[in-house]
Design a protein around this ligand. Sequence first.
Ligand code: GLN
Length: 490
Amino acid sequence: MQAFPAVATIAQDVRNGGRSARSFTDDALARIDAHGEALGAFLHVDVDGARAHADEVDRRAAGGDDLPLAGVPIALKDNLCTNGVPTTCGSRILSRFIPPYDATVVARLRAAGAVIVAKTNLDEFAMGSSNENSAFGPVRNPWDLARAPGGSSGGSAAAVAAGLVPVALGSDTGGSIRQPAALTGTVGLKPTYGRVSRYGLVAFGSSLDQIGPLSRNVEDAARVLAVIAGGDPRDATCSNDPVPDVVAGLEDGVDGLRVGLPREYFDDAIGDGVKTLVRRAANRLATAGATLIDVSLPHTSYGIPAYYIVATSEASSNLSRYDGIHYGHRTKDAADLAETYERSRTEGFGAEVRRRIMLGTFALASGYYDAYYDRAMRVRTLIRRDFEEAFEQVDVILSPTSPTPAFKLGEKTSDPLEMYLADVLTVTANLAGVPGLVVPEGLCDHDGARLPVGVQLMGPLWSEARLLQVGRWLERTREEAISIPEGAAS
Ligand code: GLN
């Protein structure tokens, strides 16, 4: 199967009348129809809504509207609210929820002419690293159907990697855009906390969550970011500062760039195949005039414990609204209110979500608050300072994203702690609020398969344009083409 044209090409074609938004939309719907089920990537395909919206985009384009994403088919992680279209969060508790409004990012995409074709599978409430925590079944990695695509934005990553849609949105609380991007050979961007409005994103860890694009190339990610970024009166944590042009400097290169290699991100827990490819990218940068500098982020190893206290605490609070009365599934025959709460929540939530609610409730309990939540917040400050100090010496940090390439479905499900540890290289950016971009670097042999490896670039707050510029350079000079995996969609 051939990949979709670049986002800019699709939009230009539609604006010029060369090809209709309807035809791009029908193409995406046909690809999803043929291959979506084998991957488990979608929870809802909005056939009628997408066609109607595509026709409207064609009318607007014919009327001369300036639509930067005219006719671009896009899939959305199913924790983003879509007006009139089911939004389940991969959970039984929301299996019948139809939001009466669009998330801000969804409204902005529609206004820019993008066509929302489907909602993608995810770990329940975005809690997981393999997409195996979805109540509606796992997602399969297009590079090897026996493997996980990563999580929690696994459906978005698999859909883009398999070429079913050109771009998708995910959300990233501790790595959920970047890790699946790394494991599926796609580009994934977690913007700075506050760059993109979270209004209409179903909350998991509100001080960590950000929405961002997954795409096949860096420019497409930049073009989607340009549309969704920027202040929103409905999200007080979203910055009102003007968003710099993230497309203009994409081809500017890396001469004179100072690149930090954090020693804690290259330790023995990180697989050799992954390290080799990250070093290859670093060496290429050095040859092109960048300076490689060893840096230290000394509190990295405290990232996982701090993250799993902050994230679960915020989740226990955020998820209290699903009580069978305000929101979500209500049990059939409960004797009283307390039993309604208890049974609705027990029936509606899966094992991992229940585990996190219990962990978070425990961490916030009076008497334990200082020992856990407060302490985790102090560690968070130390991690943020690690980054601030490193960025006094370097412009960007280059690191691995995931300790290994894609692991097998079922390989880590019996041990939640092992699954949590897979997030060690990504949770720090969320704790510090800094942006992270993942770009595929190549393929490596791992555990009997040939699998993609993505490198991670992190930068100071609000440095998306710089990350995208460096990511574009790495992509342009990459030694191997990352095409649609053969057999992905068979
Ligand atoms: N894997 C991490 C977790 O399970 C991150 C999830 C996310 O970023 N939404 O919490």
